[in-house]
Ligand binder design. Structure first.
Ligand SMILES: C[S@@+](CC[C@H](N)C(=O)[O-])C[C@H]1O[C@@H](n2cnc3c(N)ncnc32)[C@H](O)[C@@H]1O
Length: 262
């Protein structure tokens, strides 16, 4: 079963907080591979959604060949409106509809937890990369953020996330087994004090937080009641609660000897 039906919420998805800036890892990749002309490079975004990443990248590297793949036609429709020059393709990360060694750089943001077959997903990313190509994955790391305010009020979301996301070490194992070399990981922790009334406003916009879309209606309603009760009880510290989130980035290179840059 799909975690979320993105066709249903595609028209609600775009929001300034979800915009992507230019992919800094793509800039690094081009700098490290001077023989590859950025304007002739082939770049793939898996689970591209409404296309904000590739649109931001193309604002700088306008001539690169950019492809976004996503199973949701609703999301792709919005992506096409954003940048009709990108090749938007319907498909899933576990069976990419592309020939082997087609892309110099493959990225994926906030997506792999929707893909049931993680082994196939990583193998596919490896397959479609050229030799010396790079794979970059960004996502939350639910295994490193037990103190997230959202998990406090919606505990079923934490269980679901632990089912759908892998611990970083397991992801690294999958990458290594698929054949990737020089795998780097980076975690960014954010500790904050959250005003529970502001959190209540955010939680009420259910479609803006994928964890809230993934849990059942009853679990969602129960969490909202818990927030109401917490506010009603009052809080001597001004209704603020500690919260933590963690973002993980993995960067992995396909070694030489698998077909090289054109
Ligand atoms: C949270 S959105 C992220 C979209 C975009 N990457 C971004 O950062 O804004 C997750 C995306 O993953 C897509 N998705 C779901 N299942 C997928 C699969 N099996 N393969 C690839 N993408 C998938 C969804 O359709 C949705 O567009």
């Amino acid at each position: 079963m799909r975690r979320i039906d993105y066709d249903k919420i595609a028209h609600l998805y775009d929001d300034p907080v979800r915009d992507h800036p230019l992919d800094e890892e793509l800039v690094v990749f081009f700098r490290e591979h001077p023989s590859l002309d950025p304007h002739r490079a082939c770049v793939l975004d898996i689970g591209c959604g409404t296309g904000t990443q590739l649109a931001a990248d193309r604002a700088v590297y306008g001539d690169m060949f950019a492809v976004g793949v996503d199973p949701s036609l609703g999301m792709l429709h919005i992506a096409h409106g954003r940048d009709p020059q990108v090749c938007w393709v319907q498909g899933g990360g576990e069976a990419l509809p592309f020939r082997s060694r087609s892309f110099d750089y493959v990225c994926t943001q906030f997506c792999y937890h929707h893909i049931a077959n993680k082994v196939a997903f990583i193998q596919e990313a490896f397959r479609v990369l050229t030799s010396q190509g790079r794979f970059v994955l960004w996502n939350l790391d639910p295994w490193s953020m037990d103190g997230w305010i959202l998990y406090r009020f919606f505990p079923s979301a934490r269980l679901l996330d632990r089912n759908d996301f892998l611990p970083t070490i397991a992801l690294v194992d999958l990458l290594r087994t698929a054949g990737f070399a020089t795998i780097r990981t980076e975690k960014n922790y954010l500790l904050s004090r959250e005003d529970i009334r502001q959190f209540q406003t955010r939680a009420a916009r259910r479609h803006h937080i994928s964890q809230l879309m993934a849990i059942s209606d009853e679990e969602y309603a129960q969490g909202l009641r818990q927030i109401d009760a917490s506010i009603a009880r009052g809080n001597p510290t001004g209704w603020t609660l500690d919260s933590e989130t963690c973002l993980v980035r993995l960067v992995a290179d396909k070694p030489d000897g698998h077909g090289s840059f054109p």
